[in-house]
Design a protein around this ligand. Structure first.
Ligand code: MN
Length: 206
């Protein structure tokens, strides 16, 4: 049912996403109601480099019919010693997966966005319900993307507080695919279009 507007009853997890945005003013997708996932065995992931008020990388995993999302200020690393703060943010619609563009000045998240990395994510073998793992505050998984590769863990650090933004850490686990000193900022181009954030901001065509 292409183009169907989200129905209230089945779009609960996108309420926060919709509540923050005015879709007549931002090029971001409105997104349709979550379609329940067909598989608990992972899916696509995307990392967007988002130059808003503060630069951050948005790590999004396709899970339960939405993109479950964390904002990582310093970006993911392939170095296990570089543990990265990851703020759990609102679920995004699947249509956000390849969004790249400019969010205008007065809007939520104003700034420029590139598709910094994408690929597949797979939950650790020990996990049979990844959504439950996220609720419980620890998700072990593997990434197979163009920049990121190997075993990672996302783990909630503080106690859960209603309304407060949850702080997590994103850590590359010690496996055969670590790269010491690896820094996201050394790999600045979009995997979708080859553009940098500056080029997107300047309106350069893909
Ligand atoms: Mn963001």
């Amino acid at each position: 049912m292409a183009g169907r507007r989200p129905r209230k009853a089945d779009s609960v997890s996108l309420e926060r996403y919709h509540g923050k945005r005015r879709f007549e003013a931002t090029p971001e997708p409105r997104g349709r109601a979550p379609r329940r996932s067909r598989s608990r065995r992972g899916g696509r992931y995307v990392v967007q480099r988002h130059r808003a008020t503060a630069l951050h990388y948005d790590v999004r995993l396709e899970l339960g019919g939405v993109l479950v999302s964390w904002a990582v200020p310093r970006g993911p690393s392939l170095d296990p010693a570089r543990k990265r703060l990851a703020i759990h943010v609102e679920d995004h619609p699947l249509e956000y997966f390849d969004f790249e563009g400019v969010i205008p000045g007065a809007q939520y998240g104003a700034g420029d966005v590139i598709v910094w990395d994408w690929g597949r994510w797979t939950p650790d073998k020990s996990i049979d319900d990844a959504e439950a793992s996220v609720r419980a505050g620890e998700l072990k998984f593997r990434l197979d993307g163009e920049k990121l590769r190997g075993e990672f863990v996302l783990v909630r650090t503080g106690r859960r507080q209603p309304g407060a933004k949850e702080q997590w850490l994103l850590i590359h686990r010690r496996d055969g695919e670590i790269v010491r000193g690896w820094d996201a900022e050394d790999h600045p181009e979009s995997v979708k279009t080859g553009r940098t954030n500056d080029e997107v901001a300047a309106g350069q065509r893909a």
